[in-house]
Write a protein that binds this ligand. Structure first.
Ligand code: ATP
Length: 378
């Protein structure tokens, strides 16, 4: 297994910059996920690591080796695509064995070695009973497992996955995701996984890289991405339902600070805001950090601070919880509430916000502001 290091990696297609000055250290044995909206440069980054695209600038290292200019077959990486790219006329066994047979001499493998490897991988993935079938006789999930097997059988240093689960139905995707995680634990392999699905990214990654227009926005553990998004883009992209974002102003008023926005104001303890001197600011509140005051508000360390009044517009049952859209002033806030509460559209409800979980952003730079440390004054 190996580390993968990208240094100032840039890829231009004509005038278009697909990837811009990327610096990334993927640890040996790490599961790293690249996530971002369509066109942000995820696949291009993966293809640059695989050697399927040529770098415009920068360096790519696999292990300690600079691989700029090294052809894909000599990089010791295995790539799994969204389209499984299996040979339709070959059996599962032959699909798994194909790459090893082609390079048998180079790898110093006997026919027996190849057979042992193919059967071992088939056992690992639970596809032994399918070895005699052809791809068209397999379900989508089984094909995906064979595609994975074809990568594993090569014992590569690094696995690269380009949206490998997106052709599967929702239930199967969850299943294969779990298998992939177990597989990663068992193989202790370096894996780099591309997806546009933030939930997939959060559930799979040891760390997640959020990309926008070819530029890294944040590299962090899933928990920190969620709890401390570095900017508004990450705050909007990570989390479902997404974070409520309100543009307003902070104003000092005696021993409280007021956040004022269209049609309502929220009174907050000074310790919960970056600085009461700040003018225009964006406040972020996750839907689960808002609760109906009729629910147990005692857990929330607030007196009068953090309370507001709203009117329920929409109720969406989600099983254990329900998602409410509550109009507060000119804003509609998403609120995750327990399902037991019998809430009807049109109802007027008191809301309490967890003042220890607020997120603050500079509306101009879009960067996160940290409570108590903000220095900007406008
Ligand atoms: P998706 O999720 O839609 O696959 P992505 O994040 O993987 O998107 P890339 O495929 O890496 O995005 O593409 C990044 C940008 O580079 C896009 O604007 C795309 O149009 C452009 N691009 C990719 N490949 C080429 C190419 N061969 N020639 C010209 N432009 C390209």
């Amino acid at each position: 297994m190996a580390r993968v290091v990208l240094r100032n990696v840039t890829k231009r297609f004509g005038d278009h910059v697909a990837v811009s000055g990327l610096n990334l250290d993927v640890e040996d044995g790490e599961f790293l996920v690249l996530v971002g909206p369509s066109g942000c440069g995820k696949s291009t980054t993966l293809r640059l690591i695989a050697g399927l695209e040529e770098l415009t600038e920068g360096e790519v290292y696999i292990g300690d080796r600079l691989v700029n200019g090294v052809p894909p077959r000599d990089r010791d990486v295995a790539m799994v695509f969204q389209s499984y790219a299996l040979y339709p006329h070959l059996t599962v066994y032959d699909n798994l064995a194909f790459g090893l047979r082609m390079r048998r001499r180079q790898l110093g493998l006997s026919k027996g070695d190849i057979d042992r490897r193919v059967r071992e991988v088939a056992r690992t993935l639970g596809i032994e009973p399918l070895l005699g079938r052809r791809p068209k006789q397999l379900s989508g999930g089984e094909r995906q497992r064979v595609a994975l097997g074809r990568a594993i059988v090569r014992h590569p240093k690094v696995f690269l996955f380009d949206e490998p689960l997106s052709n599967l139905d929702a239930q199967l995707r969850v299943e294969v995701r779990r298998e992939l995680k177990q597989l990663h634990r068992r193989l202790q392999a370096t894996m780099i996984f591309v997806t546009h699905d933030q939930i997939e990214a959060m559930t799979l990654g040891d760390r997640v890289v959020v990309l926008r227009d070819g530029v890294i926005q944040q590299v962090d553990t899933p928990q920190r991405l969620y709890q401390e998004p570095a900017n508004l883009f990450v705050a909007r992209f990570i989390g479902s339902p997404p974070m409520n974002l309100l543009t307003g102003r902070l104003r000092s008023e005696g021993d409280v600070v007021r956040f004022e926005t269209d049609g309502f104001s929220l009174s907050l303890p000074p310790a919960a805001v970056p600085s009461s001197e700040i003018g225009r600011i964006v406040l972020g509140i996750r839907p689960e950090d808002l609760s109906l005051a009729v629910e147990r508000a005692n857990n929330y360390n607030v007196g009068k601070a953090g309370r507001m009044q709203g009117r329920v517009e929409v109720v969406e049952p989600m099983g254990a919880q329900q998602l409410l859209y509550v109009a507060v002033g000119a804003n509609a806030l998403a609120v995750l509430s327990r399902s037991e509460e019998n809430i009807q559209p049109g109802q007027s409800v008191p809301l309490v916000v967890r003042v220890d979980r607020l997120h603050w952003f500079d509306p101009d730079t879009e960067r996160r502001l940290v409570v108590g440390t903000a220095t900007l004054e406008r």
